[in-house]
Design a protein around this ligand. Structure first.
Ligand SMILES: Cc1ncc(COP(=O)(O)O)c(C=O)c1O
Length: 429
């Protein structure tokens, strides 16, 4: 069982804002005390640059920094030398578009992505395709809000198909992945629909059609909520952000298969990523260091380790199951109270989705709804959530988004319902 009252005590923000209803963890999560304390510990006890000093403070900082690398490697079942610290998911994905994409993509090659991507996993590949003359293919979604991967050309009843959705035999990528596809890049969990994509099955089917296809996963919304095992998933690269999983801002993680990392050219050049520099040439260090030029976010990387410990202490399986229940309850309560006047994006996948509910309320502008809720200290996001292609596909320009984490509970759901009732009254609906 998740004890939310006990958990809330670990997050100082609730002490300072007792009435806070925080429903925007998809944008960034709140931070527990051990993470905040670890930041203070670094700055007050061993605040020195890493790798550069032979004095003990620097050695201590380096040790702590590398400890996080080991911890993250274990967290996702990768190897230490495959973990690159970036600024965030966005930087990890851009690094790949430059260092990998610009190396392997040629005219008429195919880059495949999906309509449900965050801009940070859409625009870098769209630009790369435009620059290189590659074909940019976008997988659509069906009415349920799932990727349109199932049952095409397979004679099976739709209901049967739904029950066994994770069965890779039902995933049909024949029209999507071809021998010309070099990169398939997709999100694990949609930051708008909450859809959890069957990554393992997609990888299996895609690599069967074309064993050379490189699969990249945007795990920004998965790492905070779901156990990830990169080997089991069979992916080639995976990126996520510390700040969405209880850690500090300014740090991201890019994991990649070591052989592929070795073949890639660095993204940034500068301090600590070089082996030797001569007047006419430069030799780089091995991965991961060749991708970590300049002084990194030392304190933040060190404190990320505490975030991972906190998540592991509660257990990601428990977190995932709890959020699934909470989001279903929220869906049910919102529907009970507002019926057709609340339109949930991707309504069909409600039983399978992660803790995210994007919706439109009557015909109100999402900013107006969010503004009124904010007066009651209810924080949720309004806008396109950096997923404009998806909103365009769904025929709406924007939406409100309530997102739930393990520090939310039924009370938060009720407060959201009450808040929306007030919105209704204010607009005389
Ligand atoms: C699915 C997804 N991908 C990528 C990002 C970008 O994350 P960041 O801003 O930390 O780089 C987000 C942020 O909301 C996201 O939800």
């Amino acid at each position: 069982m998740i004890n939310v009252l006990k958990i809330k005590k670990d997050f100082p923000i609730f002490e300072n804002n007792p009435s806070l209803v925080y429903l925007d963890s998809t944008a960034t999560s709140l931070k527990p005390r051990p993470v905040i304390e670890k930041l203070v510990e670094y700055y007050s006890k061993y605040s020195a640059n890493i790798f550069r000093g032979v004095y003990s403070l620097s050695e201590k900082a380096t040790k702590e920094y590398e400890k996080t690398r080991e911890k993250i490697a274990k967290f996702i079942n990768g190897k230490k030398e495959e973990i690159i610290f970036t600024r965030n998911t966005t930087e990890g994905l851009n690094l790949l578009a430059y260092s990998l994409g610009r190396k392997i993509i040629e005219k008429n090659d195919e880059i495949v992505t999906t309509i449900m991507e965050h801009h940070s996993n859409f625009v870098p590949w769209q630009i790369l395709a435009q620059e290189s003359g590659a074909v940019f293919k976008v997988i659509n979604i069906n009415q349920s809000g799932d990727l349109d991967l199932y049952c095409k050309n397979i004679k099976i009843k739709k209901s049967k198909c739904k029950m066994t959705m994770q069965n890779s035999k039902l995933i049909n990528l024949n029209n999507i992945i071809t021998k010309k596809t070099k990169i398939l890049t997709l999100t694990y969990i949609s930051n708008v629909l909450g859809t959890v994509n069957p990554i393992k099955e997609i990888v299996m089917v895609a690599k069967k059609i074309n064993p050379k296809v490189i699969v990249i996963v945007d795990a920004a919304q998965a790492a905070p909520h779901k156990k990830i095992d990169v080997l089991d998933l069979g992916v080639d690269f995976l990126a996520f952000s510390s700040h969405k999983m209880l850690g500090p801002t300014g740090v991201g993680v890019l994991w990649g298969k070591y052989d592929l990392l070795c073949e890639m050219f660095p993204f940034n050049f500068g301090g600590e990523m070089i082996a030797e520099v001569f007047l006419d040439k430069t030799f780089f260090k091995d991965p991961p260091y060749k991708f970590e030029a300049g002084t990194p976010a030392i304190a933040e990387v060190i404190a990320l380790s505490e975030a991972v410990s906190y998540l592991e202490k509660i257990g990601l399986e428990k977190i995932e199951a709890y959020e699934k229940e909470l989001v279903q309850l929220a869906y049910q309560r919102l529907k009970e109270e507002f019926g057709k006047n609340i339109k949930i994006l991707g309504e069909g996948n409600i039983k399978e989705r992660s803790g995210i509910l994007a919706f439109n309320f009557y015909n109100l502008h999402p900013h107006d709804v969010a503004q009124i809720l904010s007066e009651k200290n209810i924080c949720l996001r309004s806008g396109h959530h950096c997923a404009q292609p998806l909103h365009q596909f769904l025929g709406v320009s924007s939406s409100c988004r309530a997102s739930f984490y393990f520090y939310n509970d039924k009370d938060d759901v009720e407060k959201l319902v009450e808040g929306l009732k007030e919105v209704k009254i204010k607009f005389k609906l």
